[in-house]
Design a protein around this ligand. Sequence first.
Ligand SMILES: NC(=O)c1ccc[n+]([C@@H]2O[C@H](COP(=O)([O-])OP(=O)(O)OC[C@H]3O[C@@H](n4cnc5c(N)ncnc54)[C@H](OP(=O)(O)O)[C@@H]3O)[C@@H](O)[C@H]2O)c1
Length: 334
Amino acid sequence: MTEINQRVTLARRPEGPTTPDCFSLEEGPVAPLELGEIRVAVEWLSIDAFIRTTLRAEGFHRSVPIGGTVGALGAGRVTESTVDTMPVGTAVRGSLGAQTLATMSANAVEPIDESLAPLPAHLGALGLTTGMTAWVGMRRIGMPKPGDTVAISAAAGAVGSIAGQIARFDGARVIGIAGGPTKVAHLVDTLGFDAAIDYKNEDVNDRLSELAPDGVDVFFDNVGGDILDAALDNLAMQARVIICGAISQYDNMENVTGPSLYLRLAERQSRMEGFAVYHFRDSYEQATSELAAWLADGSLVMPEHIVHGLDHFADALQVMFTGANLGKTLVRVE
Ligand SMILES: NC(=O)c1ccc[n+]([C@@H]2O[C@H](COP(=O)([O-])OP(=O)(O)OC[C@H]3O[C@@H](n4cnc5c(N)ncnc54)[C@H](OP(=O)(O)O)[C@@H]3O)[C@@H](O)[C@H]2O)c1
């Protein structure tokens, strides 16, 4: 019997925030495998900010055509294979796409070592766009020293939660910036941050100057816009500003608002450096082994916000862009 693949396709390009009517759920029979290909039953999808940028006509990562399957990183299990090294049952992760059955070259996926952590953690705490990103940003760019003051935006999200915990393990004093009292309490009580700022109800600039009177040594930015400016205004001498992302800008990439206070970099002899995690392949092995060890001994906490069902893929994107998530946002494909 021919198997049926269900997939989320792009019905129209979003203008501003992504809404469910931008997508369609379609289904159709899968094609027979060609030599070198495998079929993967997708179990988990990683909800990432870059998905929003691929919905534009000219995406930085790539652009999904109208009617095309929306791209997403995922994890699942091989159900059919033409490749001896990847037999049926192998757990894998890769660019599986927002669908139930991914048919692809075996070379395009990576086997998962399930002894390290369960499948979803290989997209979250150990995943390229979450744990590895936080590790690379903190360890390769920010490099906080014991006693440094580190501030992080979108601190209760996936990357931010881990970035802050790594800075804490490295002996820094950590200040998280997040939206709402629940997230602020979570950062201090559960993740062990030293302080947290509720940017929706507090003035970030005022609070940073109270909490970091000697300035911020490392700012890990996930948000951009006004929050980046507030951090620039509070830099210590020889500070490092890590540009990991700018989620406040992704809904309107034609009119990105840049920082207006960038001259603070000159005044405080500081530097600002952006990065994309995939330029740091040489760090993947070390990052994975350290993140896995912290997960195993319980020192690293990574909450997961799970949305159930491929038909709720669009809702999961909205969850992340409206900040309804705590930690890593995932879709459980059922
Ligand atoms: N450089 C790289 O290689 C790389 C790789 C992966 C991800 N990233 C970047 O890392 C950042 C975080 O990604 P993630 O996957 O971990 O997402 P996430 O932090 O789990 O979710 C996004 C969070 O951003 C906050 N947010 C959304 N809109 C906002 C706005 N207008 N102003 C302020 N905060 C807003 C929300 O938290 P609140 O409730 O606190 O507002 C939301 O929970 C993104 O900018 C992404 O592009 C970079």
